[in-house]
Write a protein that binds this ligand. Structure first.
Ligand SMILES: Cc1cc2nc3c(=O)[nH]c(=O)nc-3n(C[C@H](O)[C@H](O)[C@H](O)COP(=O)(O)OP(=O)(O)OC[C@H]3O[C@@H](n4cnc5c(N)ncnc54)[C@H](O)[C@@H]3O)c2cc1C
Length: 480
């Protein structure tokens, strides 16, 4: 009798365009399809709260989809290398298939596991299921990894992307006994207070949800994406990031669908080019993490190690709660808390505010995002925080300090975003929505706003904070 194969799903929670799954089906072995919840290997980067909420629903959807194809998902918990060795022993599997992950801890684990399995005579096959191009496929002319996005993306466009793989029609599940955990017992959902009520309304985790989001985005928003993507009050971006992070859809599927849509409707070209470039940033961040594994912990530019960050817990808490007194910052932080997501423009504004106005170490912001974002992604999060801080590879210069008032006026002109997430300011005139402290007592009273009572006074004054940040940066330069 042919021994079974194990398909180990990790950040590829889908059936379509899943190279490892399709190859395993093609091997003609009966399959055990498994997912392991591992809180040990990633150490401080174990899944955050919002990601756990997503994972619960995504696994539920995946199991439903797999059952319809003929196999039940096996759930196990523990150190994933040990769990996989147990599973191979219990099932007598002769082969293991997985799609590659690129976090440093995952790479180290997979390498070692591949070796142990090989010594036991178990075949291991790994695939690219997560990226358009893997980090070693795109190099500079001299063979070095790219550090700057624009030439990286230009080079990507010259490298052929892998083709879509066929979706298995049926999956021949192994019919031996194999124990599986009960998903509910993993307690991935909020246990005490249900802070995720807004998530339930906002998201549909799972492969079907991802495909629906992609279709709706192409139909309704792709054309205007280049102009609309920065506008905070509009729903102009794809919202695919959590689906992509958990691999409910692959970037290859996304890109191919967008290219097909452009073939049918050439007017989509401009929006599509911009959108695919953004998708390129995802590959780029993974490329950075792969080649510079300390990216989530250490300044990419070592001169930032001497930066005099402030230890201001009260300011940090005000930032996390959306109580800084700067409406656009507070709107972003409250959107994050309510939905597990924040608009990209708002992410840049709130990150800049934390790092530059409050002089708080970017790693504290990175950790908060890690816990609260449903799309928390080690590469994208670390690369983006370092980009805003100015400490990163292809970074925004430190002296580019966003003014939260002008950013608000530019990207949320009518204040719709602020009104939505900071309802205590909803009745304020457009003129003052981004700077309520400039309104007269009369105007504030009419809008029902009592500064310092219903809404905070700014926790720092912009011009002073800007000067302080520039001085801190100048001190850093002087030490060079
Ligand atoms: C401080 C900060 C932290 C961030 N943390 C994360 C994170 O943890 N996870 C995450 O996926 N993105 C992160 N981003 C990038 C970006 O904000 C989100 O990917 C984007 O807002 C997701 O919304 P969307 O799917 O509608 O994006 P769209 O505009 O529709 O873009 C399509 C896809 O491209 C990718 N993408 C877009 N912009 C970026 C970018 N700048 N860097 C990398 N990939 C990008 C995403 O996968 C996204 O789903 C962060 C940005 C900042 C400034």
């Amino acid at each position: 009798m042919t021994s079974p194969a194990i398909v180990w799903l990790r950040q590829d929670l889908r059936i379509a365009d899943n190279p490892a799954l399709t190859a395993a089906v093609a091997s003609k072995r009966p399959l055990v399809v498994a997912f392991v919840l591992d809180d040990e290997t990633p150490e401080k980067w174990r899944l955050g709260g919002a990601s756990r909420w997503w994972l619960h629903h995504s696994l539920q959807a995946l199991n439903r989809d797999l059952k319809a194809k003929g196999v039940t998902l096996v759930l196990r918990r523990g150190r994933s290398d040990a769990v996989m060795l147990d599973l191979v022993r219990e099932t007598g599997a002769g082969a293991v298939f997985w799609n590659r992950c690129y976090e440093p801890h995952a790479i180290a684990r997979d390498r070692a596991l591949k070796q142990s399995l090989a010594t036991q005579g178990v075949e291991v096959e790994s695939f690219n299921g997560a990226l358009m191009h893997e980090p070693w496929e795109v190099k500079t002319k001299s063979g070095a990894p790219f550090k700057v996005f624009t030439p990286f993306w230009r080079a990507c466009l010259q490298v052929e992307m892998r083709g879509l793989v066929a979706t298995p029609k049926r999956i021949n599940g192994w019919n031996g006994e194999v124990a599986s955990d009960d998903l509910a017992e993993w307690k991935l959902l909020p246990t005490r207070r249900n802070w995720a009520k807004g998530f339930d309304r906002r998201w549909t985790p799972g492969e079907a949800g991802a495909l629906e989001v992609l279709g709706a985005f192409i139909d309704e928003h792709l054309k205007a994406y280049a102009d609309g993507r920065d506008l905070l009050g509009e729903d102009a971006t794809s919202h695919l990031s959590p689906h992509l992070h958990f691999g409910e859809i692959s970037p290859v599927q996304v890109r191919r669908s967008v290219e097909t849509a452009v073939m049918h409707e050439p007017a989509l070209q401009r929006g599509a080019d911009k959108f695919l470039t953004e998708l390129g940033w995802r590959d780029f961040s993974t490329n950075l993490l792969f080649h510079w594994s300390s990216l989530p912990e250490a300044n990419w530019r070592a001169e930032f190690d001497a930066f005099a960050w402030r230890d201001d817990d009260a300011a940090f808490v005000a930032w996390t709660k959306g109580q800084t007194g700067y409406p656009v910052v507070d709107a972003g932080m409250r959107e994050l808390w309510a939905t597990g997501y924040m608009h990209n423009r708002a992410r840049m504004i709130v990150a800049s505010f934390l790092i530059k106005h409050l002089l708080i170490d970017w790693r504290r912001g990175e950790a908060w995002f890690w816990d609260t974002l449903v799309d928390a992604d080690l590469a994208n999060n670390a690369a983006s925080w370092q980009w805003v801080a100015g400490s990163g590879a292809d970074a925004s210069p430190y002296f580019r300090i966003f003014n939260p008032v002008t950013q608000g006026e530019r990207y949320d002109g009518d204040g719709a975003y602020v009104r939505r997430w900071v309802p205590e300011l909803a009745k304020l005139d457009e003129e003052f929505i981004h700077q309520p402290w400039e309104a007269s007592a009369d105007v504030l009273a009419k809008a029902g706003v009592a500064l310092g009572k219903t809404y905070p006074e700014p926790i720092v004054e912009h011009a002073g904070a800007r000067a302080r940040a520039l001085a801190a940066f100048a001190a850093l330069r002087a030490e060079d």
